[in-house]
Design a protein around this ligand. Sequence first.
Ligand SMILES: O=C(O)CCC(=O)C(=O)O
Length: 306
Amino acid sequence: MSEIGSFHKVGPKIQQFHKDGYLVLKGFYSHAEVDALLARSKRLLDDFDTETHPRTKFTTGDDNHVGDDYFLTSGDKIRYFLEEDAVDAQGKLLREKQKAVNKIGHALHELDPVFRQATLENDKLKSLTRALKFHIDPVVPQSMVITKQTQIGGEVPEHNDSTFLYTDPPSALGFWIALEKCTASNGALSFLPGSHVTTPIIKRFVRLGDGSGTGFEALVSPEVEGEVSARPKGEYILETCEPGDLVLIHGSVLHKSERNTSPNTRFAYTFHMIESTASAKYDEKNWLQPTKEMPFSQLFTSVQVN
Ligand SMILES: O=C(O)CCC(=O)C(=O)O
């Protein structure tokens, strides 16, 4: 039985999640579900129209984060973000389009039937979310497929997700599903266990007021930022995964993934939940904004009170 066939019996696993700030649930998604998600991801890559694409790359550096209009208006669409090393200075793709995309986002969970089934229409996921009791009324603001292409799939530097999906108080929770085998050489995730308790959210990713894209806004003084950055870090744990494994990622836990240096892709499907605005403030500074046509998706139609 997969680890969640009987999640009500796995209280210790929930304790482990609270202790480490992340949890790997082996085989949460079945082979059939993974096959469908992977096939659909590849189909979306085949459908990628490169003619009209503005060549937006997914860049993650502190001073160089993606922030053009194509990115900022992608919350209610299915859009494609390229690998930095897949495009030359003139905007020419250096590889086949299927091997040039870093990720596809950010409304797969709403717009695509296969991803919707794995997310908003998934009873097992709903049971898990209820058992976790992380949120009162979870909403899903975004989803994406990260393809981590062979040889060039970019490094994702150390970060925590509440920096990027900021609410007050912080409430982000990541769900990350391996669609392929994840190894040390193709960019498996690694985590700093317990860092969700020791590392506060000290900055947030915002839309810049002058319309010039995105940047980071400090939430603490430079002294506090310096003190937090200087704290001894401890040791990162690499979590290799099999297709179908689900990794729960607390919004404050530090994690990262290395560049894919291998001949194998590392497709993953990931989405996040945050608390609804009834319990946590989500403001207009966040890069990702709900629209009138597509408000953030509620996971439960009714809220359980207990
Ligand atoms: O898939 C990856 O390599 C990184 C994912 C990640 O860090 C995230 O979703 O927060």
